[in-house]
Design a protein around this ligand. Structure first.
Ligand code: IPM
Ligand code: MN
Length: 366
């Protein structure tokens, strides 16, 4: 397996190092080979190369680099975001750039509360918070369609078009049904949208969901409006199994999801192209103020590594890699009870110590 590594900005390289530590441990345990190659793509490089900190001026990642990435089995990303670069430049240039260029049309975000991780919801435990969000990742409000007229006048008009293609919606829905079938016995797939207001865009989603759903007799089809979904995340998270949702709403509800699973230090995501190159990342930011202090939480990055292994294994039908992914996740779940907190600087351990504990747990498992 060939893995491209983009440590990126801030604490990204620190958490990525712990994920790679655990990868090494599990490769020894299970017996598979891999290589890694670092890509120096970051806010610092953008600035060093003369990039304008206030407006996108040069590519954050070049076309040549993107072409090189196509030759890898997976990409492991730390974080993007630099205090000296205006928000959006790096995020759009790198994260959105790669999602679109590599057609990573699924953003897979498990919402899973690990053992002994404090949950802000009263009386909820790991059995109650364990579902997965399948966020469409290349369409919706993210295509950049739209424009502005009469800028800086009282008559200014700005539009941002929500672009939904039948084929784009279908592939996300199909992915969700297939995942739901593999996941557990609950077999409940919930479409989250707003078809009472988005009567064109989300009507398309609803019809596609119900039509494709007929091919999945074993799965219960369910629909929630996005506002009600936010309410249920807090009140009844145990209700959910697999959620499929458009890009923008998926972005929003997965931050809420990250909070109910214990915070940004824990939440991992995968930008997935099932027949191409996928990219896995902790979804918290680059945390500039904690950079270089060895206090950041690497759990999300290690969970992203578990996902990288599991998903790459699943796409290739490689049982060893899938097992490796499960082993890393099990090891994480054996270590979270030993941590005082999931917040940076309050874990009772340094970042590298948490990585060591998980790597040891992998090595010592049966
Ligand atoms: C995410 C982020 C990105 C998004 C930003 C940084 C462009 O919030 O991965 O959820 O909106 O998709
Ligand atoms: Mn987001």
């Amino acid at each position: 397996m060939k893995i491209a590594v983009i440590g990126g900005d801030g604490t990204g390289p620190e958490v990525v190092a712990e994920g790679l530590k655990v990868l090494h441990a599990v490769s020894q345990k299970v017996g598979f080979e891999y290589t890694t190659q670092d890509f120096n793509v970051s806010g610092d490089r953008y600035l060093d190369a003369g990039g304008d900190p206030d407006a996108p001026s040069i590519p954050v990642i070049t076309d040549e680099e993107i072409d090189q990435l196509r030759a890898f089995d997976a990409i492991y990303l730390g974080a993007v975001g630099h205090p000296k670069v205006a928000p959006g430049i790096l995020e759009k240039g790198l994260l959105l750039g790669l999602r679109f260029a590599l057609d990573q049309y699924i953003n897979l975000r498990p919402v899973k509360l690990y053992p002994h991780v404090p949950c802000p919801l009263a009386d909820k435990s790991p059995e109650d918070v364990d579902f997965v969000v399948v966020r469409e990742n290349t369409e919706g409000l993210y295509t950049g369609m739209g424009g502005v007229q009469y800028k800086n006048t009282p008559n200014e008009v700005a539009t941002q078009i929500m672009c939904n293609t039948r084929s784009g919606v279908e592939r996300a829905i199909r992915y969700a049904f297939e995942l739901c079938r593999r996941r557990n016995d609950k077999k409940l797939c919930t479409l989250v949208g707003k078809n009472n207001v988005l009567t064109y865009a989300h009507d398309l989603w609803y019809r596609a969901f119900m039509e494709i759903g007929q091919e999945y007799d074993d799965i219960q089809k369910d629909y929630n409006h996005v506002d009600a979904c936010c309410m249920w995340f807090v009140k009844n998270p145990e209700y959910y199994d697999t959620i499929v949702v458009c890009n923008m709403f998926g972005d929003i509800i997965t931050d809420l999801g990250a909070m109910i699973q214990g915070g940004m230090g824990v939440a991992a995501g995968g930008n997935i192209n099932p027949s191409g190159v996928s990219m896995f990342e902790p979804i918290g930011g680059s945390a500039p103020k904690y950079t270089g202090q060895n206090v950041i939480n690497p759990v999300a990055a290690m969970a992203a590594m578990a996902m990288l292994l599991r998903e790459t294994g699943n796409n290739r039908g490689d049982e060893k890699l899938q097992q490796a992914g499960r082993r890393v996740e099990d090891a994480i779940m054996s270590v979270t009870p030993k941590m005082d907190s999931q917040s940076a600087g309050r874990m009772g351990h340094s970042c590298t110590e948490v990585g060591d504990l998980v790597a040891e747990a992998v090595a010592n498992a049966n």
